[in-house]
Design a protein around this ligand. Structure first.
Ligand SMILES: [Zn+2]
Length: 343
């Protein structure tokens, strides 16, 4: 059978490990799982059916549009995915401490994942006939991920921003069809928002790292050990700045209601409806980052945009010094607008 490839470059580390935090190799299942999540959101946004794979009635011939391509019990996935790459590196360890104590102690959160030497080739090997419409949906899924989202796990905590270097999948420039089926209440692209920000510092980022200017932990946590050499490596070798936790911190207190906050941000990033990327390099003083999410009350969206700069000034740096030149909203898109463009 014919094979089709898509080549990607990682802008922030990718995480494809499993729940017990093992991420020892780039796993196809991790990529497929994430692709499926976005594909489902796209299908629901277009009015099609996509079950919740963790709680599904799909079985055999009786299945939703997402299971049609990705498979379910009694119906095999229509393709096999293989990955190839020169070399992947587990990124050097960088930890960020929590600002407040949880259960009487400070916790540490790890910035983690792989970066690769050169690009990663994803090869799709069809095992059954993949319809034209499914290729279009798959291409559109990659487009959404590349332009506004991220791929793999831990994408609410910075991982998985990619650039598509070369796309050889069929039907790349064709539009998605509106689908007409019953809807369910799961993550649907029409309920998403997407923001891209440009963050410019007053000094070169290498200098800020050398000066230990970024916030990593509260001074009260005397157990915490910094790893500035590794910050330097992430920036100099991998072109990204590990600030997803700082950005999340800047967003958390926009919602005062604790229950709502847990619903939106999850517990330590699990089940989060808000996703944030690390900063990937634009130039020596500037990074870009993404914030996106779904089913967020509209009253929270304008504070995300308008208060972000002042919140970041407070959360990014260790001693309250203002080293931020500005934080500019570069692009915003509603899920509905994005769907219109894909249709
Ligand atoms: Zn299904």
């Amino acid at each position: 059978m014919e094979q089709y490839t898509i080549k990607i470059k990682l802008l922030t580390p990718i995480w494809t490990g499993d729940a017990d935090r093992k991420n020892t190799t780039l796993r196809e299942t991790g990529i497929i799982g994430s692709l499926r999540w976005w594909y489902e959101a796209l299908i629901r946004g277009l009015g099609g059916t996509a079950c919740d794979p963790t709680n599904t009635n799909c079985n055999g011939d009786n299945h939703c549009d997402a299971c049609e391509l990705f498979g379910c019990t009694g119906w095999a996935r229509k393709f096999k995915l293989e990955t190839s790459f020169n070399y992947t590196y587990t990124i050097p360890e960088v930890w960020i401490g929590t600002r407040e104590k949880r259960n009487n102690r400070y916790l540490k959160r790890k910035v983690d994942g792989f970066m690769s030497d050169g690009s990663i080739v994803l090869t799709f090997i069809p095992l059954k006939d993949i319809s034209k419409n499914e290729w279009i949906l798959l291409n559109s899924t990659f487009k959404v991920i590349e332009d506004y989202g991220a791929i793999g796990a831990h994408i609410s905590q910075g991982s998985g921003v990619i650039k598509i270097v070369e796309d050889n999948l069929p039907y790349q420039n064709e539009k998605c069809r509106q689908l007409y089926k019953s809807k369910n209440s799961l993550a649907s692209l029409d309920k998403f928002f997407f923001y891209k920000f440009k963050l410019k510092f007053k000094e070169d980022i290498s200098k800020l790292i050398n000066n230990k200017s970024f916030w990593t932990h509260t001074q009260e946590d005397n157990q915490f050990k910094d790893n500035w050499d590794n910050w330097r490596k992430l920036w100099e070798n991998y072109d990204f700045l590990p600030i997803a936790f700082h950005i999340r911190d800047s967003l958390r207190h926009l919602e005062n209601d604790k229950n709502k906050r847990h619903d939106i941000f999850g517990e330590l990033g699990k089940g989060s409806k808000v996703f944030v990327s690390h900063g990937y390099k634009i130039d020596t003083k500037t990074v870009e980052f993404r914030i996106w999410g779904y089913e967020i009350d509209s009253y929270l969206l304008s504070p995300i945009k308008n208060n972000l700069e002042s919140n970041l000034k407070q959360k990014l740096f260790s001693d309250g010094e203002d080293l931020l030149k500005n934080c500019v909203l570069k692009e915003e898109k509603s899920g509905n607008k994005l769907l219109e463009e894909l249709k």
